[in-house]
Design a protein around this ligand. Sequence first.
Ligand code: PMP
Length: 416
Amino acid sequence: MSSELWKEALRYFPGGVNSPVRAAVKPYPFYVSQGKGAYIYTEDGNSLIDYVLGYGPLILGHANEYVKEKVIEQIEKGWLFGIPSRVEIELARKISFHMPSIEKIRFVNSGTEATMNAIRLARGYTKRDKILKFNGNYHGAHDYALVDAGSAASEFGVPNSEGIPQEVLKTVIVCEYNDLQCVEKKLKNEDIAAVIVEPVMGNMGVIPPEKGFLKGLREFTSTYNTLLIFDEVITGFRLSMGGAQEYFGVSADLTTLGKIIGGGFPIGAFGGKREIMDMLTPSGKVFNAGTFNANPISMTAGLATLEVMERENVIEKTTYVAEKVTEELERIKYPHVINRVKNMFQIFFGVEKVSNATEARRAKKEVYLKFQVNLMKNGVYFPPSQFESVFTSLAHYDDNVISDTVLAIKKSSELS
Ligand code: PMP
């Protein structure tokens, strides 16, 4: 039973969990025993249609058969060598093909490592110390990212973590998302190594870039010889096979990836222009290393996932599901706004517009949580936090899954 497991978990783990957002499920987290396709199954014997999908990686759904077969084949051959293997080249080739701004790449193990290393690389390349980020953008859980951070950092009221040295904080400059004037001013007045941005914000709910925002970032960073880092940990292989860069027609100097490219296994990557990437060890003097970097299991699962995506038009199918679900959400009587970009979306109650983190924080979180709990009672799992995205998967591209979701929304929308 989940209640018993939770009691014991509180003894062993701070706050009962190993990553904070998991404790946001009310009244206490359910424990998952299995996942298949669009469904997860709980220790209490319930099944839920899962719109969280591991917070984004599982774009094919749970335990996809093709990915499973490929991973099992790899496990038969061994799972860790600390020696290069063929599959890392195959995955790099595919990523670089779809995202041509990535001429060279380094595989690491999480989105956190990806942005941490991309920032270090940008500093090494430009010989400048400062970076500019946006309020509510989440780039993982390292020191340089935990300033005005979104996701669980905002959900739990710690957008600025304790424990980060003042010296670090001085090097992180923050602008409001979609505020180009702020960016121009900061770039003009300070020596900034890189601007790092989520090209679609997926960590304050979903917040799209306003028209011209990303192009403006591209122009200003070029003018001031600052690198532009697109954090595509969520958007990479989600908005299009070429990520947000292809979708919006703006190309970055460095790109960080994670989630989908590991097919549900631990992954991160950063890549970009050859001359910048060649500053990394061992060809250059900006250090990165990792026991599990490019481990064959994550490489294999990621490659298999991208193969299915190429074959099955996954982005359009997942977008269709998101359209159907948001159509039903629009019918909810309680005043709300829905932000959706392709196959990622979120609903905000009690506000008319959400175009930055400050506006997202004004939304009625308690109404969202009531809706989320209602949905769980009706067999659908939405993120337990206002500040996460709702995702769809290939496995949701199914009439029964869609109609059961629509019915659950209807039954859950008494919110006043
Ligand atoms: N960047 C973005 C845009 C993310 O959404 C996340 C995680 N949700 C990260 C970085 C950090 O990735 P990880 O949790 O794999 O460290």
